[in-house]
Design a protein. Structure first.
Length: 159
């Protein structure tokens, strides 16, 4: 072998050694997917709170929201939405196929932020429940409508 070939081999081996020394560990398989974290785990991760403090926060938020709503206040959770009480007045509706008067009552309403609605409509979001679309099915053996057929009636006048 000539000096040029030995020099080329030395450069090749040096380059190979540097590349292997600097590169990271090679993995033969994909790394395991991250486990889905619970709400408590996410809060601990984002806020850097200890588990005890996170448990205290999660146990305190429900009663705090309940007390504020009981006092007639709206509760806004930044980045999440708004909790408020709405009143539905008495109204008439069908109950078991018969007309009935439904008494008025108060309900807790949650109004999400626009950012939260965007997350709900993202391609990666999976709904917990799919509501079937409304489909009108007339009762069998009943006339589906009050319209008379489009027929011309003969003239009954006599002269």
């Amino acid at each position: 072998m000539s000096k040029r070939q030995w020099a080329g081999l030395a450069v090749l081996l040096t380059t190979l050694g540097l590349v292997l020394g600097v590169s990271e560990e090679a993995l033969s398989q994909r790394p395991p997917a991250k486990k889905a974290m619970t709400l408590k785990g996410r809060i601990m991760d984002y806020s850097r709170l200890e588990e005890k403090e996170t448990n205290k926060f999660l146990q305190a938020i429900g009663p705090a929201v309940r007390d504020l709503l009981a006092n007639g206040q709206q509760v806004e959770v930044p980045g999440l939405g708004l909790f408020r009480i709405v009143n539905v007045p008495p109204h008439r509706d069908l109950v078991n196929g018969r007309p009935a008067t439904i008494p008025g009552s108060n309900y807790v309403e949650f109004v999400p932020t626009g950012e939260l609605n965007g997350v709900a409509n993202s391609p990666s979001a999976t709904p917990a429940e799919v509501v079937p679309p409304f489909q009108y099915n007339p009762l069998p053996g009943r006339d589906p409508g009050n319209k008379a057929p489009n027929e011309r009636m003969p003239n009954v006048r006599t002269r």
